[in-house]
Design a protein around this ligand. Structure first.
Ligand code: UD1
Length: 388
């Protein structure tokens, strides 16, 4: 039996890694890995393969960037000949990026079964490209693996047969639990210019990208921003950066900057990258996890970071009006501040005064989600799970 996995963008890598590893333990299974190349910089892609122990991709489609239509079309036309030649019994796609929906669509048209890992999440905001990707991928999938019960409820409302849906838990947490012991002060040395660079020996000296030692070892806020709703609108981006500058007067801010955000900042003439608000290049998984677990506050618009902070018990302020991961706000440490900068500052103050929100770890965030997926996949391949 042959399983083909598709990854493309940074948030796919930590989801695919544990599933590939769990399926490796099964006899008689062959696995092929396709990287679409949606993310291609060393620090957006290669470093994750190294740190997460993901095998080298069998195919790299090298599609790169483009408009949504260009990127999606490019992935589809490059992926079709690969999947036709490989003839997998099942294709596993991850998360909600353009690579997910594009390859799912190719498979559906060819009659090749698909499993969707991280199915059923909904923000109910169709202005988000990821929401469209989630909705369409779930409509096409033959096997849907949900991280939490709200996923099953959403899929039920969309008329998806419950027999196809398997509540398995959160695969990202499998990776986090496995690698947390390695996300220690040692890997942070690399960020202060005192160790081998996160993307190779060339970053071994102190550069403008390194962090002062005292910054990492004192209290700080860790920030990530890349959603189009925050960074593609110059007025919004300006207002967020101005607010982060204000916050940084009380609590230093570390901002590993996504290439998309860096592009948008160019030409805005904003006061950024100073002693209190430190901009650095995107960093590896272990370095980011090490920074997260020590952070006083995380401020983000990412999906996965809302979950990681909930697991770590670190307060998270999400600069979005909605979330597809409501479990992080209902029982986790996450608070949606929307695009309201006053609320962001108020919540930071509450956390600094010690009265911030506390949370607990959601059910099935236990490090065993990928093992549960492997069990279902194996049964499904042996026709022991309903095929609809
Ligand atoms: C994508 C995902 C988003 C995910 C994010 C994580 C979609 C629709 N969006 O957004 O859900 O949260 O990845 O990072 O799939 N770029 C580089 N180098 C790279 C990759 C991107 O320079 O390795 C630049 C390019 O200029 C590109 C821009 O970043 O145009 C945006 O990249 P793209 O893959 O289109 O979307 P992301 O914003 O990264």
């Amino acid at each position: 039996m042959h399983i083909l996995h598709v990854v493309g963008a940074r948030p796919n890598f930590m989801k695919a890694a544990p599933v590939i590893s769990a399926l490796e333990q099964r006899n008689g299974l062959r696995q092929t890995l396709v990287h679409t190349g949606q993310h291609y910089n060393a620090n957006m892609s290669d470093i994750f393969f190294d740190q997460l122990g993901i095998p080298k991709p069998d195919f790299n489609l090298e599609v790169g960037s483009g408009t949504h239509a260009q990127q999606t079309a490019q992935i589809m036309s490059c992926f079709e000949p690969v999947v036709l030649e490989q003839k997998p019994d099942l294709v596993l796609v991850y998360g909600d990026v353009n690579s997910t929906v594009a390859t799912a669509l190719v498979c559906t048209k060819l009659g090749i079964p698909i499993g969707h890992v991280e199915a059923g999440l909904r923000s109910y905001d169709r202005k988000m490209p990821e929401e469209i990707n989630r909705l369409l991928t779930d409509q096409m999938a033959d096997l849907l693996f949900t991280p939490s019960i709200d996923g099953n409820e959403n899929l039920g409302r969309e008329g998806i047969d419950a027999k196809k849906v398997h509540l398995v838990g959160n695969v990202m947490i499998d990776t986090l639990m496995r690698l947390l012991p390695k996300a220690n002060d040692e890997v942070l040395k690399e960020l202060t210019g005192n160790g081998p660079g996160p993307t190779g020996p060339t970053q071994n000296q102190a550069t403008e990208d390194t962090l002062p030692h005292q910054l990492i070892h004192g209290p700080y806020a860790l920030v990530t921003l890349h959603r189009p709703s925050n960074v593609d609108d110059p007025a919004m981006l300006r207002s967020i950066i101005v607010t982060l500058n204000e916050i940084s007067q009380k609590l230093p801010v570390i901002l590993p900057i996504h290439p998309r955000t860096r592009q948008r900042l160019q030409g805005l003439n904003l006061p950024i990258d100073n002693a209190h608000l430190k901009l650095i290049e995107p960093i590896g998984y272990l370095q980011f996890l090490a920074l997260q677990r020590r952070a006083k506050i995380v401020i983000t618009d990412s999906g996965g970071i809302q979950e990681e902070t909930t697991y770590l018990g670190v307060p998270c302020l999400t600069v979005r009006e909605n979330t597809e991961r409501p479990v992080t706000t209902v029982i986790g440490t996450n608070i949606l501040v929307g695009q309201d900068m006053k609320k962001l500052k108020d919540e930071v103050n509450l956390i600094l005064s010690g009265t911030g929100k506390k949370g607990t770890i959601p059910p099935l965030w236990d490090g065993k989600a990928s093992e549960r997926i492997a069990v279902v996949v194996e049964k499904w391949l042996n026709n022991k799970v309903d095929r609809l």
